[in-house]
Ligand binder design. Structure first.
Ligand SMILES: Nc1ncnc2c1ncn2[C@@H]1O[C@H](COP(=O)(O)OP(=O)(O)O)[C@@H](O)[C@H]1O
Ligand SMILES: [Mg+2]
Length: 408
């Protein structure tokens, strides 16, 4: 947790600054000051990690105070806020290091806080894992989109269990976003309590005033796994509310706060899915060793290759390997020939463990961490950072952390 002190004699702007900062979990509002002339003492007493100075109530006085502060505390980063670019420039000359133009939006504030606190030598990540929000590593967050090649191939199973596996590392804040808007069921696979009944549709309806507080309330917490979940719209007729622009904004806001976003997509390749696929760093395309699934993989690859080379991000994951009832005598090698792409990972058929976990509303990492399916998912999480492998070589890499997610 990073401690911040603010000064702003104007009540209204001080309040909005406070609201903004209260929405940021890695920040603790240590001191709030209403007079420039008291701020020096406030800093001496509270020794915060960052000072935020709103200049506009009395620029001359604020600038003078910044000069004194930067001489007395050269290591303290100072962030200034003003409508007046000239004043911001002068604040930099007096020793401020960062500035924001008033009115300040949440995204700009978060970006500035990360820069300011990240560069001051203390880890932005904080020492207490907060409840999922803003518990991310330094560095960019990653978006993993999980896409299915037909209904029932295990897209949700994979998304939920991969997300929960990544979230089992306390340093990695993970959000699972159910973008299977019409028929999503991630919230069944992970039983969530105390739902506030806010879904992604409510976020879309209020997109103009979407801020971190609102977003936080919308995310339900799966306590056992530490995952934050953004649910599909409660009523199917609500899906018309959601456009691709909403998805873009919501994911951008989420990625400021989480290390990893795992997206459970629909199979309809809707504009909302396509936006998610464009924003993704990796696309896991879930398949099974049977004809309709494999044929759809080929068709989907064709579509994705036409759209800004999205196909390059695709990693094919074959699920339920070894299930005689599912497979049609197609070998992995044959599947690779058909797809024209190596199979990145295999998850064995493990009906007992997968179904029991689902009935319990728990991810495998909690319910049955030793199960074969979970072992494969752990391996997948580790392999995501490395190059695609061929059939027969899905050996998990050394247990050094999730390389895709910057922990190596
Ligand atoms: N590796 C697996 N072994 C056994 N059963 C599985 C496995 N993966 C998924 N399933 C089962 O397959 C069914 C469909 O999975 P689901 O994740 O809901 O697919 P999708 O989201 O693609 O429609 C579920 O009943 C699930 O329990
Ligand atoms: Mg599903």
């Amino acid at each position: 947790m990073q401690r911040v002190a603010i000064v702003d004699p104007t009540e209204s702007s001080r309040e909005s600054l406070r609201t903004l900062l209260l929405g940021v979990d890695f920040v603790w509002l240590e001191a709030e000051c209403t007079r420039y002339e008291y701020f020096f003492d406030v800093i001496q007493q509270s020794m915060p990690d960052l000072a935020v100075v709103s200049l506009d109530a009395d620029k001359a006085r604020a600038l003078q105070m910044i000069g004194e502060l930067s001489v007395a505390h050269p290591k303290l980063p100072i962030l200034t806020i003003s409508q007046d670019h000239q004043a911001l420039l002068q604040s930099l000359q007096r020793g401020a290091k960062y500035f924001l133009t008033h009115p300040v939006g949440l995204e700009d504030m978060l970006a500035a806080l990360r820069r300011a606190l990240g560069e001051s030598g203390t880890a932005v990540n904080g020492d207490q894992p907060s409840l999922g929000m803003v518990n991310r590593q330094n560095g960019p967050s990653q978006i993993v989109a999980v896409l299915g090649s037909r209904g029932g191939v295990g897209t949700t199973t994979l998304a939920v269990n991969l997300a929960a596996t990544l979230a089992s590392d306390p340093g990695t804040g993970v959000a699972l976003v159910d973008l299977d808007l019409a028929l999503g069921d991630a919230d069944i696979a992970l039983e969530v309590n105390g739902m506030e009944n806010i879904s992604i549709a409510d976020l879309a309806r209020n997109i103009e005033r979407l801020d971190m507080n609102f977003l936080k309330r919308a995310l339900v917490k799966h306590t056992a796994s530490g995952l934050a979940i953004l649910r599909h719209p409660l009523e199917i007729q609500e899906i018309g509310v959601l456009h691709e622009g909403h998805i873009e904004r919501i994911l951008n806001l989420l990625r400021i706060s989480y290390s990893v976003l795992v997206l459970d997509l629909s199979k309809a390749m809707l504009p909302t899915d396509m936006m998610a696929l464009r924003m993704a760093d990796v696309i896991l395309l879930t398949a099974q060793l049977e004809l309709s699934s494999l044929r759809n993989v080929v068709r989907m690859m064709h579509l994705l290759n036409q759209d800004d080379n999205l196909g390059d991000k695709v990693r094919v994951v074959v699920n339920r390997v070894g299930a005689e009832a599912v497979e049609e005598g197609i070998s992995l090698k044959k599947a690779e020939d058909v797809i024209g792409k190596p199979i990145f990972w295999q998850v064995p058929n493990d009906a007992k463990a997968v179904i029991a976990a689902r009935v319990a509303g728990q991810p495998l990492v909690r319910h049955n961490p030793r199960s074969r399916a979970q072992q494969a998912i752990v391996g997948l999480a580790q392999a995501l950072g490395s190059k695609p492998t061929g059939v027969g070589t899905p050996e998990p890499k050394a247990k050094a952390g999730w390389s895709l997610f910057g922990r190596k």
